[in-house]
Ligand binder design. Sequence first.
Ligand SMILES: O=C(O)CCC(=O)C(=O)O
Length: 361
Amino acid sequence: MAPTMAELTNTQPSTDISDFVLHKGHGVKGLSETGIKSLPKQYVQPLQERLCMTKTVPQDSIPVIDISNCDDPNVADAICNAAERWGFFQIVNHGVPLEVLDNVKQATHRFFGLPAHEKNKYSKRNSCSNNVRYGTSFSPQAEKALEWKDYLSLFYVSDQEASALWPPACKDGVLEYMRNSETVIKQLLKMLMKRLSVNEIDEPKQHLLMGSRRININYYPICPNPELTVGVGRHSDVSTLTFLLQDDIGGLYVRDLQDDSWIHVPPVKGSIVINVGDALQIMSNGRYKSVEHRVVANGTKNRISVPIFVNPRPHDMIGPSPEVLATGEKAIYKQLLYSDYVKYFFRKAHDGKATVDHAKI
Ligand SMILES: O=C(O)CCC(=O)C(=O)O
């Protein structure tokens, strides 16, 4: 049984909190549900990592683009302009049915609603596959301060493997969401690559752009003292593109490249948030921007999100595309083995754009 608030307070040694959250599998959801009234010290972020609201711009936001007519050149222009200027945009009328989005949100709540010992069957220690991982924070072994988030991370290999290994509480909803995202992801990549003079996405290009996928389901429980911590710290994604469903709570902030302020991504019913990841920034030789983002913790509401990270395959080499360099443009990034790039990202705590900067020549 979960300890009560009195049993698990700030006065407890940090090993007790770690044991409860990390090893026993209660996560921060379990911690939040004990009713704790103040944030355990392990979660207190240094001042510079907390989001200072004076650095946010409430009236501004990223573009919301109607993609019902993907053959319209104005739609392609809007997508490519947003990827260059913001690295982030929302899409509406994308063809993924609302019911599919609702189903995957319900699947997420079903998984996180399981008792800790059920979720813990998928922890790093207990999971029978590296492709299925329940955890908390981002990289607890590398972090000085933990993040206020639990997650289940699913690396897709095949329907057969997913059927056998993914948690029954969520696998159908997650697979349905993933299948329904495929067409729109291809359409977006086609538009984005065309601006880079890649006029046809043949099989090798398709592998490079979307040869593997990782789907996370994220749970951000109510947090005491949300202003002292983060849901997710500043980072950019290692993906080609990220396809993100958020619920109606809000809390995702994106760096504005023009003035370094932070812009909220407001929930828009039925929309999907799309962002350029590091792999596409590298392939485009810096033309498309993989932008820093972060999630604030919430003091009154639980939040969920479901990103699909659309990635190259682990054994692919990534680097600036030959088509981009054909005009004589100088490469600003090295050629890298994608799995090495990803390992470098996960070895560290979230640290802004340090991973992609590391790939520079
Ligand atoms: O929850 C969100 O809105 C964003 C999540 C995110 O940035 C991530 O999982 O990398």
